[in-house]
Design a protein around this ligand. Sequence first.
Ligand code: PHE
Ligand code: ZN
Length: 875
Amino acid sequence: MSQELNEIFLKDYQAPRYLIESTDMHFELHEQDTLVRTRMQVTANVDGGAGAAFELFGHEDVELCRIAINDQVLSEKDYQRQGEKLIVKSVPASFLCETLTRIQPQDNTALEGLYKSDGMFCTQCEAEGFRRITFYPDRPDVMSVFRTTVEADKALYPVLLSNGNPVEQGESDDGRHWITWEDPFPKPAYLFALVAGDLEYIEDSYPTMSDRDVKLLIYGEAKDLDKLEYAMASLKNAMRWDEEVYGREYDLDIYMIVAVDFFNMGAMENKGLNIFNTSCVLAHPKTTTDAGFQRVEGVVAHEYFHNWSGNRVTCRDWFQLSLKEGFTVFRDAEFSADMNSRTVKRVEDVALLRTAQFAEDAGPMAHPIRPASFIEISNFYTLTIYEKGAEVVRMIHTLLGEEQFRAGSDLYFERHDGQAVTTDDFVAAMEDASGRDLSQFRLWYSQAGTPELKFSDEYDPQAHRYVLHVQQSCPASPGQATKEPMHIPLAMGLLDQQGNDLTLVNGETTLVLDVTEAEQSFTFENIQSRPVPSLLRGFSAPVKSHYPYQRDELVFLMANDSDGFSRWDAAQKLAVDIMQSLIHDHQNGVALTLDPRLVDAFRAILEDSTLDKAMVAKVLTLPSEAYLSELATEIDVDAIHHVRNFVRKELAQGLESILLSVYEACELAGEYSPDAASIARRSLRNLCLSYLMATEEARYLALAEEQYVNADNMTDQSAALSMVAHSRFKQAAHKLLERFYKQWQDEALVVNQWFAIQATNPEPGTLADVEALMQHPAFDMKNPNKLRALLGGFCGQNAINFHMADGSGYRFLGDRILELNKQNPQVASRMLTPLTRWKKYGEARQQQMKAQLQRILDSDGLSKDVYEVVSKSLA
Ligand code: PHE
Ligand code: ZN
């Protein structure tokens, strides 16, 4: 396939030959043809070599009506087209390049470039969407100031927005109007944005640390105006936090957010004009769950933080994507930790990393946080780039400590403000500010795969000496057969027999050991009795760690570890160990019995009313099927599902009365509030109810129905609904689902939850339900949120049904991918993920999964996105 030739390599990077000083654009928006006039002031790059050709990029769907250099219209012999490239062979050292292009945003279903979402025009240019608007040196190391005029019908599109500040506006008598925006900060084209629509907004202002007033505007459709306040409050909190924690101040006089319904991702940090998926900005107690509120807070902050980590200092090329994403995810995680419960946030992030990112790191698309090559960059907006990237920044933070990390960040922003740089530049700033040598640490940027730490230890009672041995290794990944030892910060402590932390050195009870070799030993003197080690506290590195804990030791750590994260982790390890033996028993036809230590440990936690309720809920949540799958050498879908249900039911029966009393004790009175304490109560209460429902007793069905009816917020309502909908009480499930739809049919995001709840039903027959729901009038194959809810829910979060032995789940996904491939390549490629993991299943499933991948690969007209994932999965 010729597409293979399009692989792009980091090692081939070359500085741009020409730079753009300023870009002046004029958009004439129409219902059919939109016209875009672009004027670029271009100069040869001193490092780029004079006399070179001038290279622009334009997508095949963009019609080039005219191109002129210094007023000379070019004819086809003056330039060359090579795929997306347009190469003007000879240009002077400094010139004006003008283009006129014609595009059809109303037909753009890929949702990249300029497109229409529910009647409004909007853009998405990261990573390479700008070339779907006009011909441009569309690469992040070409930065320009932009002046943008948007012209459209005034009645249909009263609001016209772009980056920066509005500077001029006018109207013509044919009912059209225009506004010119100017963005004084040079930016790469991927940060360009434009919006035109019939929008309403809420307004606020923020006084910055140097006392400038910034106008804050959040735009949405009129019906959503009552769901914007939480985003506004979150934005102001984020602005304050970035000033206090990083010393970063906002730079323009106006900051805008626009909510759109059709969006491939969560949100986009366009300079001064963020565009958000409605799912990441709208929040209202009646329609949004606690998790939804926290997502809004986190994503609003994430996009805001990009103003410095991403926009002021941007990426030199797309291999550096984690430079902005890893750092910004680290920043938003710390922000959320400060706003809510730090330990809960850490537990959630680690759970995601260990299930989904570790699975990615072990699969056919595994890549380092700085990939060495790609075919389609859209395929690299991954958990690895984002979440593992954030863990790598967190490790630097751990190694340097708070103060030196801040010094490194200050140096990075000061040194590189206005530049497009690399992850190496980031690490160098951290090294220069702290004096620490991070040369071995840099391997985290180039080596893929999840490192593993294997521990053993010995204690000498005569010498009072404890020795901890550690071996590190990292499995092979595509293109990387062998790995070098990495620099792994290992936070650890030792507990005495009473469960107290031992003081190790300098009065410290937690040490950060530098694990740097393949095999290493650490000796601790003056240890009076055999200690229990607490390893990888706070999850100090994104690795798998193995220590031969006895179950009693895990129970001991659950009760005594001074690190909250490690208490949770001990509970997870205990539950995993127990469930793994049960899976083995199940596979061998041995009758299952639950180790009573799990029931006792869970009871102790439920009975301790001094514990943080959010953490109780986390500790009592069994490791997910997805996590057990990630840990398995060969995934036995049925055994995992069966065993997890068995354990839940046993726990529920063993703890029934305490579960019920905690359920009752956690009831909240008064108005809904998404604060950490209230969220904690609701999460524990709903966890108790879900265990009670696992008993399959009719009285708990009644309790769930009662909660549904009485709920004054979406968290409690949807929790009750999904418990009933996923139960064996078919009639009740049906009734409640219908009632829910009737109540919420006009709220798109709630209807999406309704789709997701049905798609994730583990009961048999769900595939037929999903197929029927695809015909439902509220479903729309063109809307990514709906696809994620229904298709994503079924294929990605319903293993027992997706992996049905007859292969019908796989065939269903294969069919959908082929439909989506042309319509929306980015979403199609993301939806493929579950099929790419075929190597981890038994022979029969492997064959069926591969057959679908092969069928996709053999079909005509594959997008680069889908081609890359399918071909790498079969390689
Ligand atoms: N850069 C966005 C973010 O992480 C994500 C995004 C990527 C959105 C590509 C759209 C397209 O904040
Ligand atoms: Zn981001």
